[in-house]
Design a protein around this ligand. Sequence first.
Ligand code: BDR
Ligand code: CA
Length: 312
Amino acid sequence: MKKKIKAILDCDPGHDDALAILVASASSRLNLAGITVVAGNQTLDNTVNNTLKIVELAEIDTAVYAGYGKPLIRELTTAPEVHGESGLDGPILPDPGTAAADRHAVRFIIDTVRQSEQKITLIPTGPLTNIAAALLGAPDIHDKIEQICFMGGAARGGNWSPAAEFNILVDPEAAAFVMQTDIPKTMIGLDVTRKALLYPEDIEKIKNLGNPVARVAGELLEYYLQYHLEKKKMPGCPLHDPLAVAAVLEPDIISSRPYAVKVETAGRHTTGSTVVDFDGDRFGRPNVNVALEVDRERFVELVLESLHSYKS
Ligand code: BDR
Ligand code: CA
């Protein structure tokens, strides 16, 4: 039997983060060492509370650690227009049955990577604040990280500005630091997540999978879908964050190529953009595997299989 991948999911729920938690927790290929939480889609109080609600809903036996409440340098930008005032608006979710663990997320990441015999995969699906703080605070752990498979950035375009994707735009300094480390990295950016759409009929299938977790996941997705149909005029909703989890579980779901990538931190109109050196002769050697294509059919199948596995 293949060894399980040992991972930490660092998230800011967020509807798609909630789905990422559910897909990661359902997988028999993943040993989820912990869920760390950062401010992003909402304030830290809200993102932690939302994480604990999802953990309660799906009876997930993984501890939750609260991290940074604001970006390294800047003020926090949140996304209530996408995820609502709570960060996870839509269906009524159960009250959390437990509190967050009594250890800072950054401390947890450092301790876990240091103490683990196996290399750890980091899956950040929010701003990279916790990850940057851990890597800055403990250079000795860099070699013990298998890879950072992060949702964020875009080789072309943006969603929070014409040039930048939300997670990178919220904390560009953190992203810039993470990007220049020698740790293997995969960028699951808008180039692929905008192709990883869930259509209304997919959401209907999820609601009808026949278990309470899938039903609530479907209702969360219905809320998230409305924004993309009405405001973004998209035919479905992009499942950004679950795609980062899927790319760890089944790397063939995406195709990627190594490029040199830098994060813009001082642009007048381009702050937070991930600049990809496609010609390969300006930024030096490649530092990021940039995902450019996705097998949408297989990805949606994986999401359905994951949600189907919860108890009825
Ligand atoms: C990213 O921003 C957040 O709103 C989502 O949760 C996702 O991580 C997409 O740009
Ligand atoms: Ca997110």
